[in-house]
Design a protein around this ligand. Structure first.
Ligand SMILES: [Ca+2]
Ligand SMILES: [Ca+2]
Length: 425
């Protein structure tokens, strides 16, 4: 296991016999599983519309290089560790029984609720145990996962490589030992435009979104989870271990509590770099606690990043620049350091901290603070305008579908998002 520095290796062998039996009983060639349609190619993915169809993925390792698309919200509460096989398989480093999920899972914006799972013996626990492929556009609602080995997360235990993008763990409750995160336990691959809230607890490398990161890119993501751990505990990420690792344009807003190396954003940056990120959560720690970063070593660097000295109750951080709450809600704090407020960030100046551009609902033309009457006034002022383009910012944003004019199609988009709000909690 590339990321691990842990001595806890002894327990992995115990479970391997049962899991090998699972693998041996699985089909070896073409899929025998009955999904809801498709043939598993990227163009024609297997369609998943029920919990039973979803459970077939884990039960059919021969399909783990295939492509899947979720076409309905599903509820997994009838399943747990006694009747659900995690997708992808990991026994221990070097084991020939290791078999990652190397295909793709397109969540299609749908939600999987009710995933709950307890495994106190395996290394890596998550809905997907071991991944080298891609998981996209998937929401997990109220996942509850308990592990005790290395790598516990609701969506992925071990993202060896590949990517997780536009995924969320909402009201997650994840606890584990080492490398524990609300969404991903240990990430060697990339994680983009993803978020979490809920609670995360563990011993070492415990983070609000990801427990432990390797050499991948973690970008445009955030966590509001409350995080509790012992060593290397961060509101967003517990620890980053490799020099090529990057955290870019991320933030954390949840409270963080630990003993050693405790940071509002990252607990410990062993190696790698953090760029244009911030944190505002309360940080409590006994030793090497910092507003943004708990501890950073020689191969680590932190650039143009900030923390709120008031809400964190931390006056210092080994990386980043401390700001007052008012400064943290001032656009110029970020513009003066070349943060991108065209495509990456946006903010309701004086009212709130920056948020990521992708968090804004369609039709939130002003502030951003949700789609309300202020936005309607701007929309109405541009009603029936044409020649919408770059020069007038798409008729002040009212040309919601980018067609060049503000018409009924835009109004229906606006109406569909009426009162859609940014989640400030
Ligand atoms: Ca608004
Ligand atoms: Ca239009």
């Amino acid at each position: 296991m590339a990321l691990s520095m842990s001595p806890r290796r002894v327990s992995y062998v115990r479970i391997s016999v049962g899991l090998l039996a699972v693998l041996a009983s699985a089909p070896l060639a073409a899929s025998a599983a009955q999904y809801g349609g498709g043939n598993g190619t990227p163009e024609n993915p297997f369609l998943i519309s029920t919990p039973e169809e979803f459970a077939m993925i884990g039960a059919n390792p021969a399909d783990w290089n295939m492509h899947f698309k979720l076409v309905a919200d599903i509820d997994l509460s009838a399943y747990d560790e006694t009747n659900l096989h995690l997708i992808g398989h990991w026994v221990m480093l070097g084991s020939t029984a290791n078999q990652p999920f190397n295909g793709s899972f397109e969540g299609n914006g749908k939600t999987i609720s009710g995933f709950h799972y307890k495994d106190m013996q395996s290394e890596y626990v998550g809905l997907f145990q071991h991944v080298t492929g891609e998981i996209r556009n998937l929401k997990l609602a109220r996942p509850a996962v308990i592990g005790d080995g290395i790598g516990t997360g609701s969506l992925v235990g071990y993202l060896e490589k590949g990517a997780v993008s536009t995924c969320s763990a909402i009201e997650a409750n994840v606890s584990g030992n080492e490398a524990v995160g609300a969404l991903v336990g240990a990430a060697g691959g990339n994680v983009y435009t993803s978020w979490s809230n809920g609670t995360v607890s563990g011993v070492r490398y415990v983070g609000g979104l990801i427990g432990q990161a390797g050499g991948g890119i973690i970008a445009r993501s955030y966590s509001k989870a409350a995080v509790v751990g012992n060593e290397s505990v961060g509101g967003f990420l517990g620890g980053m271990l490799k020099e090529t690792g990057i955290v870019e344009s991320c933030y954390a807003a949840g409270p963080v509590d630990g003993a050693l190396y405790v940071g509002g954003l990252v607990g410990q940056v062993v190696a790698g770099s953090v760029w244009r990120s911030y944190s505002v959560g309360l940080v409590t720690g006994k030793q090497s606690a910092g507003g943004l970063i708990g501890y950073q070593r020689a191969l680590a660097a932190v650039y143009v990043s900030f923390w709120d000295m008031e809400t964190s109750k931390q006056a210092t951080s080994i990386g980043g620049a401390g700001k007052t709450t008012i400064e943290m809600k001032t656009l110029d704090t970020y513009l003066s350091m070349n943060w991108d407020f065209w495509a990456t960030w946006t903010m309701c100046e004086g009212v709130s901290y920056p948020i990521l551009f992708w968090q804004i609902p369609v039709g939130d033309l002003r502030c951003p603070d949700g789609v309300n009457f202020t936005d309607f006034i701007w929309f109405a002022a541009n009603w029936r305008h044409s020649n919408c383009g770059e020069l007038n910012h798409g008729c002040e944003g009212a040309d919601l579908d980018g067609s060049g004019e503000v018409d009924l199609r835009d109004l229906s988009l606006f109406a569909a998002n009426w009162m859609a709000g940014v989640d400030w909690d």
